[in-house]
Ligand binder design. Sequence first.
Ligand code: KG4
Ligand code: ZN
Length: 353
Amino acid sequence: MRVLGIETTCDETAVAIVASRIGGDGGDILSNEVMSQIAQHAAYGGVVPEIAARAHIDVLDRLIARALANAGLDISGLDAIAASAGPGLIGGILVGLTAAKALALAADKPFIAVNHLEAHALTGRLTERLDFPYLALLVSGGHTQLVAVLGVDDYRRLGSTVDDAAGEAFDKVAKMLGLPYPGGPQVERAAEAGDERRFDFPRPMFGRPGADFSLSGLKTAVRQEIARIGTPTERDIADLAASFQAAIVDVIVDRVRSGLRLFAEGGGRPNGLVIGGGVGANGAIRRALTRLCAETGLRFVMPPPALCSDNGAVVAWAGLERFARGLTNDLDFAARPRWPLDAEASKLHHGKA
Ligand code: KG4
Ligand code: ZN
Protein backbone atom coordinates (compact mmCIF):
# COMPACT_ATOMS: atom_id res chain seq x y z
CA MET A 1 0.00 0.00 0.00
CA ARG A 2 1.22 3.48 -0.86
CA VAL A 3 -0.14 6.67 0.66
CA LEU A 4 0.71 10.28 -0.16
CA GLY A 5 0.73 12.63 2.84
CA ILE A 6 0.49 16.43 2.88
CA GLU A 7 1.58 18.63 5.80
CA THR A 8 0.76 22.36 5.97
CA THR A 9 -0.29 23.04 9.58
CA CYS A 10 2.59 25.39 10.44
CA ASP A 11 5.62 26.70 8.56
CA GLU A 12 6.73 23.64 6.64
CA THR A 13 5.11 22.70 3.35
CA ALA A 14 5.72 18.98 3.01
CA VAL A 15 4.63 16.08 0.80
CA ALA A 16 5.79 12.48 1.01
CA ILE A 17 4.88 9.03 -0.22
CA VAL A 18 5.24 6.08 2.14
CA ALA A 19 4.73 2.38 1.39
CA SER A 20 3.81 -0.18 4.02
CA ARG A 21 5.98 -3.24 4.61
CA ILE A 22 4.55 -6.69 4.95
CA GLY A 23 4.25 -7.92 8.54
CA GLY A 24 4.02 -4.62 10.38
CA ASP A 25 7.69 -3.80 10.22
CA GLY A 26 7.42 -0.08 9.64
CA GLY A 27 7.28 1.72 6.33
CA ASP A 28 9.44 2.69 3.36
CA ILE A 29 9.69 6.38 2.57
CA LEU A 30 9.57 6.52 -1.25
CA SER A 31 9.87 10.32 -1.37
CA ASN A 32 9.92 13.08 1.23
CA GLU A 33 9.78 16.70 0.08
CA VAL A 34 9.99 19.47 2.68
CA MET A 35 10.09 23.20 1.99
CA SER A 36 10.69 25.30 5.09
CA GLN A 37 9.36 28.85 5.29
CA ILE A 38 11.80 29.88 8.03
CA ALA A 39 13.42 32.56 5.85
CA GLN A 40 10.03 34.22 5.21
CA HIS A 41 9.16 34.37 8.93
CA ALA A 42 12.61 35.08 10.40
CA ALA A 43 12.30 38.86 10.13
CA TYR A 44 9.18 38.72 12.35
CA GLY A 45 10.74 36.44 14.98
CA GLY A 46 7.93 33.88 14.63
CA VAL A 47 5.43 32.33 12.24
CA VAL A 48 3.06 34.86 10.61
CA PRO A 49 -0.14 32.93 9.73
CA GLU A 50 -1.04 34.91 6.61
CA ILE A 51 2.48 34.62 5.18
CA ALA A 52 2.46 30.90 5.98
CA ALA A 53 -0.82 30.24 4.15
CA ARG A 54 0.30 32.10 1.05
CA ALA A 55 3.68 30.39 1.02
CA HIS A 56 1.99 26.96 1.21
CA ILE A 57 -0.12 27.88 -1.85
CA ASP A 58 2.99 28.98 -3.75
CA VAL A 59 4.86 25.69 -3.46
CA LEU A 60 2.42 22.86 -2.74
CA ASP A 61 1.63 21.91 -6.38
CA ARG A 62 5.32 21.67 -7.17
CA LEU A 63 6.06 19.59 -4.09
CA ILE A 64 3.27 17.12 -4.92
CA ALA A 65 4.64 16.74 -8.47
CA ARG A 66 8.15 16.25 -7.10
CA ALA A 67 7.06 13.70 -4.49
CA LEU A 68 5.37 11.64 -7.21
CA ALA A 69 8.33 11.96 -9.60
CA ASN A 70 10.90 11.02 -6.95
CA ALA A 71 8.84 7.97 -5.98
CA GLY A 72 8.55 7.05 -9.68
CA LEU A 73 4.76 7.06 -9.47
CA ASP A 74 1.78 8.83 -10.92
CA ILE A 75 -1.40 9.39 -8.97
CA SER A 76 -2.89 6.10 -10.17
CA GLY A 77 -0.07 4.31 -8.31
CA LEU A 78 -1.30 5.59 -4.94
CA ASP A 79 -3.81 3.79 -2.73
CA ALA A 80 -4.95 6.81 -0.72
CA ILE A 81 -4.30 10.52 -0.09
CA ALA A 82 -3.81 11.85 3.46
CA ALA A 83 -3.42 15.35 4.86
CA SER A 84 -3.01 16.93 8.30
CA ALA A 85 -6.44 18.40 9.04
CA GLY A 86 -5.29 20.06 12.30
CA PRO A 87 -4.39 21.21 14.86
CA GLY A 88 -2.54 24.26 13.58
CA LEU A 89 -2.96 27.48 11.63
CA ILE A 90 -6.31 27.44 9.82
CA GLY A 91 -5.09 29.16 6.63
CA GLY A 92 -2.30 26.67 6.11
CA ILE A 93 -4.42 23.64 7.03
CA LEU A 94 -7.01 24.63 4.43
CA VAL A 95 -4.36 24.74 1.71
CA GLY A 96 -3.11 21.18 2.31
CA LEU A 97 -6.50 19.72 3.14
CA THR A 98 -8.14 21.16 0.03
CA ALA A 99 -5.31 19.96 -2.20
CA ALA A 100 -5.58 16.44 -0.74
CA LYS A 101 -9.35 16.35 -1.23
CA ALA A 102 -9.00 17.60 -4.82
CA LEU A 103 -6.43 14.89 -5.61
CA ALA A 104 -8.59 12.21 -3.99
CA LEU A 105 -11.66 13.34 -5.93
CA ALA A 106 -9.86 13.65 -9.28
CA ALA A 107 -8.06 10.31 -8.97
CA ASP A 108 -10.97 8.54 -7.27
CA LYS A 109 -8.85 7.54 -4.24
CA PRO A 110 -9.81 7.35 -0.57
CA PHE A 111 -9.11 10.48 1.49
CA ILE A 112 -7.77 10.35 5.06
CA ALA A 113 -7.78 13.24 7.55
CA VAL A 114 -4.81 12.93 9.90
CA ASN A 115 -4.40 14.61 13.27
CA HIS A 116 -0.97 16.26 13.16
CA LEU A 117 -0.23 15.13 16.73
CA GLU A 118 -1.20 11.57 15.81
CA ALA A 119 1.34 11.75 12.97
CA HIS A 120 4.10 12.65 15.48
CA ALA A 121 2.85 9.99 17.92
CA LEU A 122 2.86 7.18 15.35
CA THR A 123 6.31 8.03 13.94
CA GLY A 124 7.97 5.40 16.14
CA ARG A 125 6.15 2.72 14.15
CA LEU A 126 7.31 4.13 10.80
CA THR A 127 10.97 3.88 11.65
CA GLU A 128 10.98 0.53 13.46
CA ARG A 129 8.84 -2.28 14.71
CA LEU A 130 7.04 -1.03 17.81
CA ASP A 131 3.89 -2.58 19.21
CA PHE A 132 1.16 -0.72 21.11
CA PRO A 133 0.92 0.51 23.80
CA TYR A 134 3.72 3.05 24.20
CA LEU A 135 4.33 6.53 25.56
CA ALA A 136 4.86 9.47 23.21
CA LEU A 137 6.45 12.78 24.17
CA LEU A 138 5.44 15.49 21.69
CA VAL A 139 7.54 18.62 21.99
CA SER A 140 7.39 21.28 19.30
CA GLY A 141 6.85 24.99 18.79
CA GLY A 142 3.10 24.58 19.25
CA HIS A 143 2.70 21.49 21.45
CA THR A 144 4.09 19.91 24.56
CA GLN A 145 2.33 16.80 25.75
CA LEU A 146 2.64 13.23 26.91
CA VAL A 147 0.34 10.76 25.22
CA ALA A 148 -0.40 7.12 25.93
CA VAL A 149 -0.59 5.58 22.46
CA LEU A 150 -2.84 2.56 22.98
CA GLY A 151 -3.61 1.90 19.32
CA VAL A 152 -4.41 3.69 16.08
CA ASP A 153 -7.15 6.21 16.91
CA ASP A 154 -6.83 5.29 20.59
CA TYR A 155 -4.87 7.94 22.49
CA ARG A 156 -4.95 9.22 26.06
CA ARG A 157 -3.37 12.54 26.79
CA LEU A 158 -1.64 12.13 30.14
CA GLY A 159 -0.52 15.72 30.42
CA SER A 160 0.24 18.86 28.46
CA THR A 161 1.57 22.35 28.95
CA VAL A 162 -0.66 24.78 30.77
CA ASP A 163 1.14 27.74 29.17
CA ASP A 164 4.11 27.80 26.75
CA ALA A 165 5.16 24.93 24.51
CA ALA A 166 8.77 23.76 24.88
CA GLY A 167 9.77 25.08 21.45
CA GLU A 168 8.07 28.37 22.23
CA ALA A 169 10.15 28.65 25.42
CA PHE A 170 13.36 27.94 23.47
CA ASP A 171 12.37 30.50 20.81
CA LYS A 172 11.47 33.21 23.34
CA VAL A 173 14.64 32.71 25.36
CA ALA A 174 16.66 32.84 22.13
CA LYS A 175 15.04 36.15 21.25
CA MET A 176 15.89 37.57 24.70
CA LEU A 177 19.48 36.47 24.20
CA GLY A 178 19.61 38.14 20.78
CA LEU A 179 19.82 34.83 18.91
CA PRO A 180 18.00 34.42 15.56
CA TYR A 181 14.73 32.54 14.92
CA PRO A 182 14.06 29.63 15.23
CA GLY A 183 15.83 29.73 18.54
CA GLY A 184 15.95 26.09 19.63
CA PRO A 185 19.03 25.05 17.68
CA GLN A 186 20.70 28.41 18.51
CA VAL A 187 20.16 28.01 22.25
CA GLU A 188 21.48 24.45 22.05
CA ARG A 189 24.61 25.65 20.25
CA ALA A 190 25.19 28.54 22.67
CA ALA A 191 24.69 26.18 25.63
CA GLU A 192 27.55 23.94 24.50
CA ALA A 193 30.09 26.49 25.71
CA GLY A 194 28.14 27.47 28.83
CA ASP A 195 28.11 26.61 32.53
CA GLU A 196 24.71 25.11 33.33
CA ARG A 197 25.25 25.58 37.09
CA ARG A 198 25.81 29.34 36.99
CA PHE A 199 22.10 30.25 37.14
CA ASP A 200 19.69 28.30 39.28
CA PHE A 201 16.51 28.60 37.20
CA PRO A 202 13.19 27.20 38.45
CA ARG A 203 11.97 23.74 37.41
CA PRO A 204 8.19 24.39 37.24
CA MET A 205 5.95 21.37 38.01
CA PHE A 206 8.98 19.30 39.07
CA GLY A 207 7.83 16.50 41.36
CA ARG A 208 4.14 17.33 40.99
CA PRO A 209 1.67 14.51 40.47
CA GLY A 210 0.26 14.24 36.95
CA ALA A 211 2.18 14.92 33.77
CA ASP A 212 1.37 18.55 32.98
CA PHE A 213 4.07 21.04 32.06
CA SER A 214 4.44 24.75 32.77
CA LEU A 215 7.26 26.68 31.14
CA SER A 216 6.37 30.36 31.22
CA GLY A 217 7.80 30.86 34.76
CA LEU A 218 11.14 29.51 33.60
CA LYS A 219 11.12 31.91 30.66
CA THR A 220 10.30 34.81 33.00
CA ALA A 221 13.16 33.84 35.32
CA VAL A 222 15.55 34.00 32.37
CA ARG A 223 14.17 37.42 31.41
CA GLN A 224 14.70 38.73 34.98
CA GLU A 225 18.26 37.42 35.06
CA ILE A 226 19.03 39.15 31.75
CA ALA A 227 17.55 42.38 33.12
CA ARG A 228 19.85 42.08 36.17
CA ILE A 229 22.89 41.54 33.97
CA GLY A 230 22.08 44.45 31.66
CA THR A 231 23.98 43.73 28.49
CA PRO A 232 25.02 40.07 28.56
CA THR A 233 28.47 39.16 27.27
CA GLU A 234 29.05 36.09 25.10
CA ARG A 235 30.03 34.22 28.28
CA ASP A 236 26.75 35.29 29.97
CA ILE A 237 24.74 34.23 26.90
CA ALA A 238 26.36 30.79 26.90
CA ASP A 239 25.78 30.35 30.66
CA LEU A 240 22.17 31.58 30.45
CA ALA A 241 21.47 29.22 27.52
CA ALA A 242 23.10 26.28 29.31
CA SER A 243 21.30 26.96 32.61
CA PHE A 244 17.94 27.38 30.84
CA GLN A 245 18.42 24.20 28.82
CA ALA A 246 19.42 22.26 31.94
CA ALA A 247 16.20 23.39 33.64
CA ILE A 248 14.00 22.38 30.72
CA VAL A 249 15.76 19.02 30.44
CA ASP A 250 15.15 18.37 34.16
CA VAL A 251 11.48 19.28 33.77
CA ILE A 252 11.01 17.05 30.73
CA VAL A 253 12.70 14.06 32.41
CA ASP A 254 10.61 14.54 35.55
CA ARG A 255 7.37 14.84 33.57
CA VAL A 256 8.17 11.71 31.53
CA ARG A 257 8.90 9.85 34.77
CA SER A 258 5.56 11.00 36.15
CA GLY A 259 3.87 10.09 32.84
CA LEU A 260 5.26 6.57 33.17
CA ARG A 261 3.69 6.33 36.64
CA LEU A 262 0.33 7.46 35.24
CA PHE A 263 0.68 4.91 32.47
CA ALA A 264 1.28 2.18 35.03
CA GLU A 265 -1.72 3.34 37.09
CA GLY A 266 -3.78 2.90 33.92
CA GLY A 267 -2.85 -0.76 34.12
CA GLY A 268 -0.28 -1.04 31.38
CA ARG A 269 3.40 -1.09 30.70
CA PRO A 270 4.52 0.86 27.65
CA ASN A 271 6.66 -0.94 25.07
CA GLY A 272 8.73 2.17 24.63
CA LEU A 273 9.03 5.94 24.69
CA VAL A 274 8.79 7.78 21.36
CA ILE A 275 9.85 11.38 20.95
CA GLY A 276 8.33 13.64 18.30
CA GLY A 277 8.27 17.34 17.37
CA GLY A 278 11.09 19.74 16.49
CA VAL A 279 12.42 20.03 20.07
CA GLY A 280 13.03 16.28 19.85
CA ALA A 281 16.10 17.19 17.81
CA ASN A 282 17.75 18.66 20.94
CA GLY A 283 20.83 16.65 21.88
CA ALA A 284 20.66 17.38 25.62
CA ILE A 285 17.02 16.21 25.75
CA ARG A 286 17.84 13.09 23.72
CA ARG A 287 20.76 12.22 25.98
CA ALA A 288 18.75 12.77 29.18
CA LEU A 289 15.88 10.61 27.93
CA THR A 290 18.31 7.93 26.78
CA ARG A 291 19.63 7.83 30.36
CA LEU A 292 16.14 7.75 31.84
CA CYS A 293 15.12 4.86 29.58
CA ALA A 294 18.30 2.91 30.33
CA GLU A 295 17.62 3.37 34.04
CA THR A 296 13.97 2.30 33.83
CA GLY A 297 14.49 -0.50 31.30
CA LEU A 298 12.31 1.24 28.75
CA ARG A 299 13.03 1.16 25.04
CA PHE A 300 13.71 4.65 23.67
CA VAL A 301 12.56 5.19 20.09
CA MET A 302 14.25 8.28 18.75
CA PRO A 303 13.28 9.02 15.14
CA PRO A 304 15.94 10.95 13.17
CA PRO A 305 15.61 14.75 13.63
CA ALA A 306 14.16 15.12 10.10
CA LEU A 307 11.23 12.90 11.10
CA CYS A 308 10.80 14.69 14.46
CA SER A 309 10.24 18.11 12.92
CA ASP A 310 7.26 18.61 10.62
CA ASN A 311 7.32 16.52 7.44
CA GLY A 312 4.98 14.69 5.07
CA ALA A 313 6.32 11.18 5.71
CA VAL A 314 4.81 10.94 9.19
CA VAL A 315 1.46 12.20 7.84
CA ALA A 316 1.57 9.62 5.04
CA TRP A 317 2.46 6.95 7.63
CA ALA A 318 -0.43 7.90 9.93
CA GLY A 319 -2.61 7.82 6.80
CA LEU A 320 -1.38 4.29 6.07
CA GLU A 321 -2.05 3.16 9.63
CA ARG A 322 -5.60 4.51 9.43
CA PHE A 323 -6.20 3.21 5.90
CA ALA A 324 -5.07 -0.29 6.94
CA ARG A 325 -7.85 -0.23 9.56
CA GLY A 326 -10.51 1.07 7.18
CA LEU A 327 -10.47 4.56 8.69
CA THR A 328 -11.08 6.87 5.74
CA ASN A 329 -12.96 10.17 5.67
CA ASP A 330 -15.58 11.95 3.61
CA LEU A 331 -14.57 14.89 1.48
CA ASP A 332 -16.58 17.28 3.66
CA PHE A 333 -14.21 16.72 6.62
CA ALA A 334 -13.61 20.21 8.04
CA ALA A 335 -10.25 21.71 9.02
CA ARG A 336 -9.73 21.66 12.79
CA PRO A 337 -7.43 24.41 14.10
CA ARG A 338 -7.92 22.86 17.54
CA TRP A 339 -8.05 19.10 17.67
CA PRO A 340 -7.03 17.33 20.91
CA LEU A 341 -5.91 13.73 20.47
CA ASP A 342 -8.56 12.47 22.83
CA ALA A 343 -11.92 13.97 23.62
CA GLU A 344 -11.63 13.41 27.39
CA ALA A 345 -8.43 15.41 27.65
CA SER A 346 -10.01 18.42 25.97
CA LYS A 347 -12.46 18.70 28.86
CA LEU A 348 -9.76 18.48 31.49
CA HIS A 349 -7.01 20.64 30.04
CA HIS A 350 -6.72 24.10 28.67
CA GLY A 351 -3.28 23.65 27.16
CA LYS A 352 -2.46 24.18 23.51
CA ALA A 353 -4.02 21.92 20.90
O1 KG4 B 1 7.89 20.42 15.09
P1 KG4 B 1 8.44 21.71 14.58
O2 KG4 B 1 9.38 21.65 13.40
O3 KG4 B 1 7.30 22.70 14.20
C1 KG4 B 1 6.20 22.92 15.02
O4 KG4 B 1 6.31 23.78 15.91
O5 KG4 B 1 5.16 22.21 14.81
O6 KG4 B 1 9.17 22.40 15.84
C2 KG4 B 1 9.79 23.66 15.74
C3 KG4 B 1 10.27 24.03 17.11
C4 KG4 B 1 10.82 25.44 17.20
O7 KG4 B 1 10.30 26.06 18.36
C5 KG4 B 1 12.31 25.23 17.31
O8 KG4 B 1 12.98 26.27 18.00
C6 KG4 B 1 12.37 23.93 18.07
O9 KG4 B 1 11.34 23.16 17.52
N1 KG4 B 1 13.66 23.25 17.89
C7 KG4 B 1 14.53 23.00 18.89
C8 KG4 B 1 15.66 22.38 18.29
N2 KG4 B 1 15.42 22.27 16.95
C9 KG4 B 1 14.19 22.80 16.73
N3 KG4 B 1 14.45 23.24 20.20
C10 KG4 B 1 15.50 22.88 20.96
N4 KG4 B 1 16.62 22.32 20.46
C11 KG4 B 1 16.75 22.05 19.16
N5 KG4 B 1 17.85 21.50 18.67
ZN1 ZN C 1 4.61 19.21 14.44
